[in-house]
Design a protein around this ligand. Sequence first.
Ligand SMILES: Cc1ncc(COP(=O)(O)O)c(C=O)c1O
Length: 446
Amino acid sequence: MQHFWQSPGAKPPPRIARAAGVFVWDTEGNRYLDATSGPVAVNLGHGNRCVLEAMRKQADQACFAYPSYFESEDNLLLGDLLAQQAGPGFDRTFLVSGGAEAVEKCVEFARLHAVATGASSRYQVISRHPAFHGSTLACQGLSEDPHNSPLAPMLPRWPKVPVPFSYRPAAGLDGEADATRCAEALRETILAQGPNTVLAFILEPVMGLSGGANYAPPAYYRRIREICSEFGVLLIFDEVMSGAGRTGRFLAAHWWDEARPDLVVLGKGLGSGYFPLGGFMASAAMAQVVVENGGFHLGHTYKANPLACSVGLAVLRETLEQDLPARAAQSGDYLRARLLELQKDFPIIGDVRGMGLFNAIEFVADPGTKAMFPREWDIAKELSQLALQEGLLIYARRTFGGRFGDWLMMTPPLIVSKAEVDELVERLGATLSRYQQQLHRAGHKT
Ligand SMILES: Cc1ncc(COP(=O)(O)O)c(C=O)c1O
């Protein structure tokens, strides 16, 4: 039977049999290297014994307990360990079951904080365009271009500001100048909306699918921090993809010390794909204000679920014991160096970028002019299909119909070895060769 989301006639994906480390096997015995950790989630790699053991142990004790009635030991331990890793200003974690839920709860928390501090006129959340903050209606409102979505009438219409793209700065500007332009657009937008209506500014500090690992020069983060502080706007980093060690530090925020956000959202790598888990972090002082003003009721059945907390705790302990952020920094340098070598053979790779193991390659029809491929070719999707034939799993998802460019994430599990990086690059090369042959057969020159 076909799933309802598959287009009629589409080839069904392979069926999964098992997974271990950076590899996944289908039921026909084919082995695939997971080049993107699923949708940038499986930070620890598949089949980690310590996580499985913690899961089993907790499942034997109790799979479910509602936090209003029972506290779970691992929830407390996970909260403490997260606070230790995130550092000052992030003493409290509120756990839910995924990234979008965590983004929504974080925004709700920001609003409750504003109300508790006498700023109840503040309700607007400025985000960037493009962005991706999740698939619930509110998150789509923060993400999508409302004019292009069939859901447009249902989405919150909050203001958007532009993103500084390192590979494609605005015409006539270099990367630094474009970043300044984009930061000042935030200031202008706050002023235009009326500063006392603006609650928060949310961004992915290193972009996921909506920007292909794009990030800005340090001055950008400093400036948006200054602007938010100037107007009492809360700065939220959505680190659902970039957090939990992927960029080479526990939080991407740790790369820009003087630009710390007020709130941070985590997901994906927090549970590493072993169990649904997301959350947001706030300071004890902010939490105290909200609690004293009537509290914060997360109200989700699976909030701080004991099984999820045990998994989260085991994942974080493994992350630290295996020193995965540092390994991600090192393997990421190696991966980007290898991808830059591949670029020499395949000029359709226009850009290689990223931090740690949060990387992407952007494709261009003409590297000289950076001209994009025709949008209807949907090259990232095409390549991910061809990659399957080369035993390479790539998560390709296109936001905004490719308007901002076509890229593939290069985000293997943080445990990836040097030999596995070599294998990834070799299989990617074979995939690109197949694609070029396909283009030549169709009479294209690229
Ligand atoms: C930056 C970012 N925020 C939020 C989400 C939503 O997370 P989830 O799919 O767990 O709801 C995603 C998912 O890709 C994401 O990349």
